[in-house]
Design a protein around this ligand. Structure first.
Ligand code: ZN
Length: 205
């Protein structure tokens, strides 16, 4: 997930100079009755389409999506079904929307740290309870981030341009060579596919 929505009240919106000033990479702006909804697309990976509800669920690209990271409760059984026996590394699998939808590099790195799982493990090496813990931590990280962004949009500029107070909670993401908060080892930043995975080699096995 590289795009995000910002919802501003009228009052809050009045305080900003302009949308361009507040969000350099904004793409779409909706004027709502009492609010302003802005879609920000920092890395330009995000897509936006308006569709009929019936049509949406029939679209192959939607039908093939894995369970949504923000669904409560998260659909762990479906997640495990899609993960199981894959040869893919878990750090790559979590960015594959046919396995889980809505997980970006930040959530992936943080959830795997909390779960104690090395991002370079292949899915078929994961035990059932390890997959369950990953599911639980993914959901936890995503809901925490949502809660933080919701309350701190004003202070929202940091990692990749935008982040919110969540960045203060990062244990591994964007912390290359810094000390692990759990064991003091150095956090590793390693290329994985076309992305970078951040992890602690001692805490994550
Ligand atoms: Zn550690």
């Amino acid at each position: 997930m590289t795009g995000f929505w910002a919802l501003y009240s009228d009052d809050k919106f009045k305080k900003i100079k302009s949308i361009e000033d507040e969000f350099k990479h904004y793409k779409i702006y909706f004027r709502l009755e009492n609010a302003h909804l802005i879609f920000i697309n920092v890395r330009k990976f995000g897509k936006f389409r308006i569709m009929d509800l019936d049509e949406i669920n029939l679209r192959p690209s939607i039908a093939k999506l894995g369970p949504d990271i923000l669904e409560t409760p998260f659909n762990t059984a479906e997640f495990i079904k899609r993960l199981r026996r894959r040869k893919k590394e878990i750090g790559k699998a979590l960015l594959d929307s046919s396995i889980v939808a809505g997980c970006g590099n930040i959530y992936k790195s943080e959830a795997l740290f909390r779960a104690g799982i090395n991002p370079f493990r292949t899915c078929d090496s994961l035990k059932n309870n390890e997959m369950k813990i990953i599911a639980e931590k993914l959901s936890e990280v995503a809901l925490e981030a949502l809660a933080n962004k919701g309350s701190t949009l004003k202070d929202f500029k940091h990692v990749d341009g935008y982040s919110g107070l969540m960045q203060n909670r990062f244990k591994v993401y964007d912390r290359a060579d810094k000390e692990c908060t759990a064991c003091n080892s150095r956090i590793i930043a390693e290329k994985q596919g076309d992305r970078t995975s951040f992890y602690c080699a001692k805490c994550q096995n």
